[in-house]
Design a protein around this ligand. Structure first.
Ligand SMILES: Nc1nc2c(ncn2[C@@H]2O[C@H](COP(=O)(O)OP(=O)(O)OP(=O)(O)O)[C@@H](O)[C@H]2O)c(=O)[nH]1
Ligand SMILES: [Mg+2]
Length: 386
């Protein structure tokens, strides 16, 4: 699952400097002497909110001594291990080496970002490529810009992690799905995240038992052995958490999708900002799609009511729906919808934008659980610390 990202380029263009800035660590030695990095330097880290990555800083190339040819060989070997590449050049632009590198990456279908570095000295325009980022280690926003470019670049199967719940339980284990049939339930159907969870569990060879919250007690009694996991619609979480014994893992569809379509850690941190809200603070409820709002709509009625009840404050709660990202300055908290109609890439990019603006961001499921005081229980199965 760990994404490997290689940094390539001629000597002295600033590969190591960029990597050190992005990881905020002195991983590689940096100097103005060409050929400073002589071997591949690897660093594994959790690059929030992208996920676990391993960066590989490679030795730069520039001359054709024997040593250099050995380095070329080594660098080319690295290409076979990576999922994405950053090709770094400076104001000298592209030479035969970069062209060769890019040709090789294209051939292997490895996505790459071209970082035209040292822009503070001279900004050289490089044309004809899709993903180009003009960088300088002196740019304060460089980490933000890099993460943003990276999220756009990453392969879909990495950005959209394939498992919804199947990785949380063993094959052949029993999982109960609690699906309340209320006013918001579409007529004659079950909503997409619930159907997708069911499919994911079936793919993982689980025994799935689907009930309304009113039949949950009976369902638990019917089972000879307790279920490995109960997954409920977050709106019924409180009632369900009272029925399901403490020793049985319990989570919600929204929390599963917070992980799948966002970043659980970021959203949990964001929810903590609920406690800091004061009278007059603005909260933004952000939805990806423009569904038809109904009478007791979750984003317009239920969550605002919960927030006001939890904080006891006079909050200004605003809604925004759509794929554009609104101006978020001035908000004290963003609560994102479950993103059932959009992809993880979009949510991650919104998290990055929120981080940059220093606005805490959470999502529906996490915020609801937090307000109801059940978040610790709902995320226990992910062993995430809160
Ligand atoms: N002004 C300016 N200097 C930079 C920038 N990036 C790197 N440098 C400087 O350029 C020199 C080379 O940087 P390194 O990070 O060692 O370059 P490298 O590509 O890793 O070089 P090798 O390891 O030798 O291949 C150092 O003196 C850095 O301080 C930048 O964006 N702006
Ligand atoms: Mg280096």
């Amino acid at each position: 699952m760990r994404l490997h990202i290689g940094f390539f380029g001629r000597t002295n263009v600033g590969k190591s400097s960029l990597l050190n800035r992005i990881t905020n660590q002195e991983i590689s030695i940096v100097s103005d002497i060409a050929g400073t990095t002589t071997d591949v330097v690897e660093k594994s880290m959790e690059l929030l909110p992208v996920g676990p990555v391993t960066f590989l800083d490679t030795a730069g190339l520039d001359d054709d001594t024997e040593l250099a040819s050995q380095r070329i060989e080594k660098t080319m070997k690295i290409i076979n291990r990576i999922d994405a590449a950053v090709v770094v050049c400076d104001y000298n632009g592209f030479t035969g080496y970069e062209n060769e590198l890019v040709r090789k990456l294209d051939e292997l279908k490895i996505p790459y970002l071209i970082a035209v570095n040292k822009c503070d000295i001279e900004k050289r325009i490089v044309e004809g490529y899709e993903n180009i980022l003009y960088t300088s280690i002196k740019d304060e926003d460089i980490v933000f810009k890099f993460k943003n470019a990276l999220v756009k670049l990453l392969p879909d199967d990495f950005v959209n992690s394939p498992k919804i719940a199947g990785d949380l339980v063993d094959a052949k284990s029993t999982v109960i799905l609690v699906i309340p049939i209320d006013k918001e339930a579409p007529k004659g159907r079950i909503i997409l995240p619930q159907v997708q969870t069911l499919r994911d569990l079936l793919d993982s060879d689980c025994l799935v038992y689907t009930v309304k919250e009113t039949e949950l007690e009976q369902a638990l009694q019917n089972l000879k052995t307790p279920p490995s996991l109960v997954i409920t619609d977050s709106q019924a979480f409180k009632k369900v958490s009272e029925i399901v014994p403490e020793n049985i893992a319990l989570t919600s569809f929204s929390i599963l999708f917070a992980r799948l379509k966002g970043d659980l850690g970021e959203f949990i941190n964001g929810a903590k900002a609920i406690d800091d809200l004061k009278d007059g603070d603005r909260v933004l409820i952000l939805e990806s799609c423009t569904h038809h709002a109904i009478e007791d709509d979750i984003g317009r009625v239920k969550i605002p009511a919960l927030l006001r009840k939890k904080t006891g404050k006079n909050l200004v709660i605003e809604n925004f729906a759509g794929h554009d990202f609104p101006d978020i300055s001035g908000y004290k908290l963003i609560i994102h919808c479950g993103a059932c109609m959009t992809n993880r890439r979009e949510v991650l990019s919104r998290i990055i934008l929120a981080n940059k603006a220093a606005v805490p961001i959470t999502n529906y499921g996490i915020a609801i659980s937090y307000c109801l005081g059940i978040l610790p229980r709902a995320v226990k199965i992910f062993s995430t610390k809160i």
